[in-house]
Design a protein around this ligand. Sequence first.
Ligand code: GRF
Length: 227
Amino acid sequence: MTGPALDSRLKRLGILLSGRGSNFLAIAEAVSSGILAGIAEIAVVVSNNPESAGLSRAREMGLPTALFPSKGRKRAEHDADVAASLLAHRVDLVVLAGYMRLLSAEFVAAFPERILNIHPSLLPAFPGLEAQTQAFDYGVKTAGCTVHFVDEHLDHGVIVLQRSVPVLETDDAHSLAVRILAEEHKAYPEAIRRVLSGGYRIAGRRFLRISAEVGGELSSSRSQEIF
Ligand code: GRF
């Protein structure tokens, strides 16, 4: 399986979020003046939570937004609304950025290998909620984050990119989470770039880069990246 063909059109991102939206902001910055400039644009920011700070920021930034409150709704119906909105905005890649909802199988099937998620652990360790605290309490010496394709299982799809951070003796779960988040903000734009480049193939569970493209602004800090 290979990625999408290279073309010069800006690729359209559909961002799904539920909360503060710091990963969305990192991606937006990469789109406007970083490693995604000239490669991608944000087609729409969708939230299931009317209170989400990320949604407010997107509105302030003048981006197209859509709100589909999920509370009290059947998953399939809610997901169908979200999918319709993403299709109406001609989204090429769906980017989950703190989207606190499990996706229905129908939704995943509607965007085959076109949904990315970021998780604040080195998967397959510590899937699920509060991954940073899980890792800290377990006593790991290295923690990090994972960008992966979304499949029908929780925090499970093919891994695109991981970045690691050491766990310091002076850390608590909060300080560790803060340092992992800083790595997330580098990892997500880079992973999006690699996927949008089309320069990859998937062999089993392995995401293999087949282009000569190297990581631009990230090249100086590559020692923290796990290949
Ligand atoms: C991040 O830690 C991300 O890894 C997880 O949810 C959190 C979202 O944070 N999936 P933010 O809303 O992007 O600041």
